[in-house]
Design a protein around this ligand. Sequence first.
Ligand code: DGY
Length: 326
Amino acid sequence: MPENTPLVILTRKLPDSVEAQLSRLFDVRLNQDDHVFSREELVLAANEADVLVSTVSDQLTSEILSNAGNDLKLIANYGVGIDHIDLNAARNKLITVTNTPGVLTDDTADMAMALLLATARRLSEGEQNLRNDDWKGWAPTGMLGTRLGGKNLGIVGMGRIGRAVAKRAMAFGLSIHYHNRSQIDQITENSLNATYWQSLDQMLAQMDFVSLNCPHTPQTHHLISARRLKLLKNHAIIINTARGDVIDEQAMISALQAGEIKGAGLDVFENEPNIDKRLFELTNVVIAPHMGSATTEARAAMGEKVLINIKTFVDGHSPPDRVIAD
Ligand code: DGY
């Protein structure tokens, strides 16, 4: 780090309070109009910055990072997911990477439950019906959905967010099942009354609802593949608040179109922000624009984490949310 105040470049507009706090401590370059940086702008930022504050909308590829300036020592990502950063390239360039875990757990879990309820109870479809002035009044067989209580929920990825989803789902009377790289500790498992499935395939075949809560890594890319989608029951509903790439989106759309699965509640997509327009045609899909962590509280706390990570790093210590070290 330089002797003088480090140059911190923000690729996106962050909440005002976060920008004000960062500006008090560092030489900060803001992105006032909040446009998404082009590849060229990312190259320039990586060349000039001592610290880069990135978000999920920046593709920090191997090409960009391997050509980064020698002053770039820290990427303090504003967000927990870091699949948009080529970690190998960062490691090779001795760039430390940090993220913001923990502070968006509850909000993301709330979003998973909101999507589960909205999809099972056909909330978007019903609202659309009203807005289109198509509603003819209450009917005994109108807008029948699926009850949550008494059903099986399979959680893929039982980290912080998966556990927070499980806690909420229990209150709705769902039985909790999960697949994870390893079984979680017995006390937590008992408190959630959760059943561990070592085999994802076997779990999927038994579930009424599936919630994806694992990070996107090379190992989880298209984890829910065309083959695995076929294992699901016809009445199964998939909820994705993780990353779009965890599902083979083309195969999922085909399965939804063919009625091989009942529905999907999606907060994330494979080619954000370019959504596959066929999703708009599907009435059994509830879609949201990647807003799992979009609460004022979470976004302020994420900023606080970014600030602490930068400050500890600049002061010569190991930042608390270090993903990779130089
Ligand atoms: C996260 O924190 O990973 C959110 O999805 C936004 O990046």
